[in-house]
Write a protein that binds this ligand. Structure first.
Ligand code: NI
Length: 201
């Protein structure tokens, strides 16, 4: 992992930390100045409409009733996304049959190159459980915004047709109603992820 990816991971952790803070009970004053405690919800996640590996439209509602692991990246990613997908795949293997309660979703940030078939091939090389989703530029941008995912195209000056994406690398855990629960990163160990998920399931 180079320094740029390390920095992105740190920024991602900071954003994730803010999300966790938002889960804490907050004291709010209403117009009369009286205090009321409320449970704030983390503003991470939300509706999305994307396309699965067979070209079929799917939405967040398609996964209600299961926990979702939501991870964003792209198939040309040199190191971070493969690391993230490997730990997700290994953690699900460790969970055994409990993993059936989890929908592990990889969403492309590079829909121009990541066709539905390419996503299906790519995620299948890590685990048959993984679900690869892509979509139009607008659909992908809307999903990334909902999950507060940072992504920026970096063009190779020596080869302008090539580009990579700098992107945050957070594995979001969403509950069966689609609400944020916790997050991991590509650097979290498979054992840790399996342990934390195993307690939820
Ligand atoms: Ni990546």
């Amino acid at each position: 992992m180079n320094i740029r990816y390390a920095l992105i991971a740190i920024v991602g952790l900071a954003v994730g930390g803010l999300g966790a803070l938002a889960l804490l009970p907050s004291q709010q004053k209403d117009a009369n100045g009286t205090q009321s405690a409320s449970m704030g919800k983390a503003q991470v996640g939300g509706p999305f409409t994307l396309v699965d590996g067979s070209g079929k439209a799917v939405t967040d509602a398609s996964f209600r009733g299961r926990y979702m692991l939501v991870y964003f990246g792209y198939t040309y990613c040199p190191d971070v996304c493969p690391a993230g997908l490997q730990v997700i795949a290994a953690a699900l293997d460790k969970l055994g049959p409990k993993a059936d309660k989890v929908a592990p979703i990889f969403i492309s940030l590079d829909p121009a190159r990541d066709t539905p078939a390419k996503m299906a091939d790519y995620v299948g090389s890590f685990s048959p459980r993984l679900i690869g989703l892509t979509g139009s530029e607008e659909q992908v941008a809307a999903a990334a915004k909902a999950y507060r995912v940072y992504s920026r195209k970096v063009v190779d000056t020596k080869s302008p047709n090539d580009y990579t994406l700098d992107h945050s690398s957070i594995i979001y855990v969403m509950d069966p109603k689609g609400e944020f629960v916790m997050h991991f990163t590509h650097a979290t160990s498979a054992d840790m992820i399996a342990d934390r998920l195993g307690k939820l399931l």
